[in-house]
Structures are given as structure tokens and as C-alpha cells.
Write a protein that binds this ligand. Structure first.
Ligand SMILES: CC(C)(COP(=O)(O)OP(=O)(O)OC[C@H]1O[C@@H](n2cnc3c(N)ncnc32)[C@H](O)[C@@H]1OP(=O)(O)O)[C@@H](O)C(=O)NCCC(=O)NCCS
Length: 426
């Protein structure tokens, strides 16, 4: 009975987040009750669930699906390491390029390896004329996550690729994607605003070049460093939804472009990467620090989902937040626009105090990107340009020791029945 109640509780929670409308919530609740009864049913009939409720892990909560050497998340100590290095230390001492090399190749590069990697990445930034033409044709009202997903797919049509090819072939493709994705995002950004595209430069870092391709200029070093730090923090996070999607697609021996396009699709959702945009939309709705306290108290009273808070793995704070919060403070000081940091502090203090739920990385990233001058719908595409490093590392790892990912399900639909010819159906 207790187990059944737990299943029901999980379903209720999922319904609350995914379907805020009351009627849908009720339907899901009813379905959850039905399933809960079925899983504890002693006399199974054909088509009914015969597994124990404890066998079902909705949302794969707590399931360890495989091993990985790419990164390690330890929620108990709020720590995150990439290939054994603490992410905070990497943010302090390395550039995004060095971290990408680390994720893809397993070790931090020495000076000559880094120079060769940078040279290669810079040489691959330019898009073909056909690729630019495809981007120019995207509907201007499309979300940039949909256009970047399609632009990546286009790249996948320029060659025939499969999973299980030599590591070097996919490594090459990963660096090509890493180099071209920022150009795709910036080109689309310029076109949708009725502006001419700004081709990439080869004398700038990835962070500098992205600012340049979007705005035609590079901001002061401190701002570039804040952006670069955000890319490092967003680069990798073990078996999150988009990475797992990429690994799952790879596990079928499909190609890296399909795996990355799938990852982008998963990242778009506001429960995952889309949260950084949702955070800023929420802050823009709050508008002033004065309105922040009544807003959050009302949201808590009405059990609203507060974007940028909570995490499937971290339950006592996200290891990446303190580093990104410092970047937000630097940006606030630089811009003189203090209201977003003030709103941040009010929301975080009250929500932690009242609910014990902590901000995740998207909470400081949203206002940080705002202060850097990026439009809100570019925040999740920026996440893509960082996470391509992690996705690629996982795709290479999955390919190297592949096993098809294919979980089971507990059926709770109709019992088996006979097909009636169409004339006999009511
Ligand atoms: C990230 C997220 C999907 C994790 O979900 P999860 O692992 O299923 O969450 P939990 O099971 O730990 O949630 C426990 C409780 O906290 C609540 N909760 C979690 N995050 C919350 C939030 N941001 N706002 C309000 N309540 C929240 C849940 O509703 C649940 O309440 P209940 O037990 O009364 O139903 C969830 O926290 C969320 O939707 N956050 C907002 C979106 C976001 O910022 N996403 C980016 C993640 S990096």
C-alpha cells in the first residue's frame, strides 16, 4: 500500500510540473491511481501490470544506467569534477577551449597541444555558402533552439556518417561541431534581426569570437571571462536528460549529428536547459526588487514552479552556482544595473528559507546573459555551444563501449482483445 502511494505521489508531482492546467492534472492523477492499483494487483489478467511498484523508476530517478569517465557529480558534497578536476578550479585556471580538450581527449592540453587544438577549431568556424543560405531561410519567428537544431541537422546531410566509426572520425566531427555551432547561432541571430551576418575571426578565442559575431565588437576582458566561465560550467554534467538522449541515439549506432540534434531537442525544455530563458522571463515579470518578495510569497502559496530552482541530483545546492554568482556580481558592477542581482538575492533567500530548494546554474546564468546584452531566446543556444563539449565526449565514450540502451516498461493499458472490422465498430 505504501509503495502504491509512492508511485501515485511521483505521478502527481510529474503532473504538477508538466501540466499546470487543473483538468489535465486531474486526468493524470486518475491515471496514476489506476496504475498504482494495478501494480499491487494480486491476480494479474492479460495485459495488466505484474511488476512490483518498487521495480518502476519513473523518470529513471536513482537509476545508474552506465559508468562514465567524463565527469562525476557528488551531490552530498556539492561537487562536480570533469575528468577528475573540480569545475571551479577549471573555471579559475583554464579557458573553455582547454576544458573542451580535456573533455574530448581526457587530459588537459600542454601548450603545443592547446595551440594545435585552437588552430584547428578556428580553421573550422566558417560555414559553407549553402549552410548560410539554409539559415537565411529559417522563419524569423522560429525559436533559436529550433533553428540551431536544424542547422546542426543540415551539417549532418553534408556527409554520410554512422555510429561505430573509428574514434578519430567522430572526434573530428565533434571539433567541427564545436567550431561551427557558435557561427550557426550568431548567423541566425543576425538574420532574424534583419542584419548582415558577421563572419567568424580566427584571431579571437571562442568566447570573444561569439560576442564579435553577434554584436560586431568584443566587450572588456572581465565580461569575456564571465562568459567563458559560463561555458565551462555548462560544458558537462554527467547523465542529464540531453546527454542521455545523445548517448541513447548513439547506442543505436546512429551518427553524431543525429545524437547532437536529439540532445538539442532535449535541452530546449524549460525543465532542462530552457530554464535559463525561463528564469529571465520570470525576473522580467517581477520587474523591480520591491515586487520580488510579494511575488515569490504568492508563488509559494500557489505552489508555482519557480524556474532556476531545484535539481534532480543536487538537493542541497548546485556546485556550479557560487562561481556563476560571482560572475553575475562582476557583471552587475560593470553594468551598474543592480536590480537583477537584488531580485536574485530576494528570491533565493526566501525560497531556500521557506522551501529548502536551492538555485541551480540557470538562476545566475539568466541575468548574467541579460547583462552581457544577449536577447533572452539566445540563452539556451549558448548552453548548446557549451554542452556540445560534454555531449561529444559522451558520444565518443558510448561508441567506444556500446550497448543498446533500451529500458522496459510496465504496461497498464487495455487487456488483449480482438480487432473488429471497421463496419462492426461503434
Ligand atoms: C529540475 C527539476 C525538474 C527537478 O525535478 P525533480 O527531481 O523531479 O524534483 P524533486 O523530486 O526533488 O522535487 C521535490 C519537491 O520539490 C518541488 N520543487 C522542485 N523544484 C521546484 C521548483 N523549482 N519550484 C517549486 N517547487 C519545486 C517539487 O514540486 C516537489 O514537491 P512535492 O513533493 O510537493 O510534489 C525541478 O526542480 C524543476 O522543475 N525546477 C525548475 C526548472 C529548472 O530550473 N530546471 C533546470 C534544472 S538544472
Amino acid at each position: 500500500m505504501a509503495k502504491a502511494a509512492k508511485v501515485k505521489g511521483n505521478k502527481r508531482m510529474a503532473a504538477k510540473k508538466a501540466a499546470p492546467k487543473k483538468s489535465i492534472k486531474k486526468t493524470v492523477k486518475k491515471a496514476a491511481k489506476k496504475t498504482a492499483n494495478k501494480v499491487t494487483s494480486k491476480k494479474p489478467t492479460p495485459g495488466k501490470v505484474t511488476v512490483k511498484a518498487s521495480d518502476i523508476r519513473r523518470g529513471l530517478v536513482g537509476v545508474i544506467a552506465d559508468t562514465t569517465a567524463v565527469s562525476k557529480v557528488v551531490p552530498e558534497t556539492n561537487s562536480l569534477t570533469y575528468r577528475g578536476y573540480a569545475v571551479q578550479e577549471l573555471a579559475d585556471h583554464c579557458t573553455f577551449e582547454e576544458v573542451t580538450y580535456l573533455l574530448l581527449d581526457g587530459e588537459l592540453p600542454n601548450r603545443s597541444q592547446l595551440n594545435a587544438f585552437k588552430k584547428k577549431e578556428r580553421s573550422l568556424r566558417k560555414l559553407s555558402k549553402n549552410h548560410v543560405d539554409v539559415i537565411a531561410k529559417f522563419p524569423k519567428r522560429a525559436h533559436p533552439m529550433d533553428t540551431i537544431r536544424t542547422a546542426v541537422s543540415y551539417l549532418g546531410t553534408t556527409e554520410v556518417a554512422w555510429g561505430g566509426e573509428p574514434w578519430e572520425a567522430d572526434h573530428e566531427r565533434a571539433v567541427n561541431l564545436l567550431a561551427k555551432i557558435p557561427t550557426m547561432i550568431a548567423t541566425d541571430f543576425r538574420f532574424r534581426n534583419g542584419k548582415r551576418r558577421i563572419p567568424p575571426r580566427t584571431d579571437l578565442s571562442m568566447a570573444e569570437n561569439f560576442f564579435y559575431m553577434c554584436f560586431g565588437k568584443v566587450p572588456p576582458k572581465k565580461i569575456v571571462k564571465a562568459f567563458d566561465t559560463s561555458l565551462i560550467l555548462y560544458a558537462e554534467h554527467s547523465f542529464n536528460a540531453s546527454t542521455f538522449t545523445s548517448r541513447m541515439i548513439t547506442s543505436t549506432r546512429s551518427d553524431i549529428y543525429s545524437a547532437v540534434a536529439g540532445g538539442i531537442g532535449a535541452l530546449k525544455g524549460p525543465l532542462h536547459g530552457g530554464a535559463n530563458e525561463a528564469v529571465m522571463e520570470m525576473m522580467e515579470e517581477i520587474r523591480t526588487p520591491k515586487r520580488a518578495e510579494p511575488w515569490i510569497r504568492d508563488a509559494i502559496a500557489n505552489k508555482k514552479l519557480i524556474m532556476g530552482f531545484g535539481h534532480r541530483v543536487y538537493k542541497h545546492g548546485d556546485s556550479r552556482v557560487p562561481t556563476m554568482k560571482i560572475c553575475l556580481e562582476h557583471l552587475t558592477e560593470w553594468s551598474g544595473d543592480t536590480k537583477w542581482l537584488e531580485i536574485y538575492n530576494i528570491l533565493a533567500d526566501i525560497f531556500i528559507n521557506e522551501k529548502g530548494i536551492y538555485p541551480n546554474l540557470d538562476f545566475p546564468s539568466g541575468p548574467a546573459y541579460y547583462l552581457m546584452g544577449f536577447p533572452v531566446n539566445l540563452y539556451t543556444p549558448i548552453f548548446v555551444m557549451a554542452r556540445i563539449a560534454g555531449w561529444s565526449a559522451h558520444i565518443l565514450e558510448q561508441n567506444a563501449a556500446n550497448v543498446l540502451i533500451r529500458p522496459l516498461s510496465a504496461y497498464d493499458g487495455k487487456a488483449q482483445r480482438k480487432v473488429k472490422p471497421v463496419a462492426k465498430r461503434k
